[in-house]
Design a protein. Structure first.
Length: 227
């Protein structure tokens, strides 16, 4: 009962944070995920444990409002990814600002040592639940490999920057999207490899990461996957 009570409180607080901006908690979840990395509707539904149709409805509304756009996967036009628009980025930044203000206010009401203990316990509980979920998931897979890939850049405004892992489906035993963490030329990252439909997976690169790497389209990078 305590968990349900806390969940209800957090849901109401979430609505109070995004409501003045004309948004909802459901829209926030999708904007936040797409803001971290472009994703497909199916991928988000799977990760969030929700029906694809429910995510699709919210995504379509966000697209209608000009906060996200659907873009074809560069190597598979049958697959569409959701990507933030400049307006979507502004709204998400405003949400994060309001959330940060709320967090600071709440944290200030709790003794720092007690807050640290609560955080540690939640992290431990989350780790246990995540591990248990991974064991029961057929899509869960440990990955540890290193390969070299060439940075590719789509032409035109808003074009994708990405790398492709050839024969990844054969290596992994799956053609579905999967999350990984590792390094690109020594820079740590965590992201989602997306299937291209031809036995390979594509990894979108954020502009900030490309800038840190000092790379451009046509340059080679070493990718080391740890999980």
């Amino acid at each position: 009962m305590t968990i349900f009570w806390m969940n209800g409180l957090l849901m109401r607080i979430g609505e109070s944070i995004v409501g003045p901006l004309g948004q909802s908690s459901a829209r926030w979840q999708i904007l936040g995920r797409v803001g971290a990395s472009p994703q497909t509707v199916a991928q988000m539904a799977r990760d969030m444990g929700l029906a694809r149709q429910s995510i699709q409805r919210v995504a379509d509304v966000l697209a209608r409002d000009g906060l996200v756009i659907y873009k074809d996967l560069p190597t598979d036009r049958r697959t569409q990814l959701l990507q933030l628009t400049p307006s979507g980025e502004e709204v998400l930044a405003a949400i994060y600002q309001r959330n940060q203000e709320w967090s600071k206010r709440v944290v200030g009401l709790i003794d720092p040592e007690r807050w640290n203990r609560i955080t540690e316990e939640l992290i431990q509980l989350g780790s246990i639940l995540e591990t248990d979920g991974q064991r029961s998931s057929e899509e869960s897979a440990m990955v540890e490999t290193t390969f070299t890939a060439t940075i590719r850049k789509d032409e035109g405004k808003g074009g994708w920057t990405y790398v492709v892992w050839p024969d990844s489906a054969q290596f992994l035993g799956t053609k579905k999207a999967f999350k990984v963490a590792g390094t690109i030329d020594g820079q740590e990252f965590s992201a989602t490899f997306l299937p291209t439909g031809d036995g390979s997976h594509l990894l979108p690169l954020r502009a900030s990461l490309v800038k840190v790497l000092g790379k451009k389209g046509g340059d080679a990078v070493e990718i080391r996957l740890k999980e």
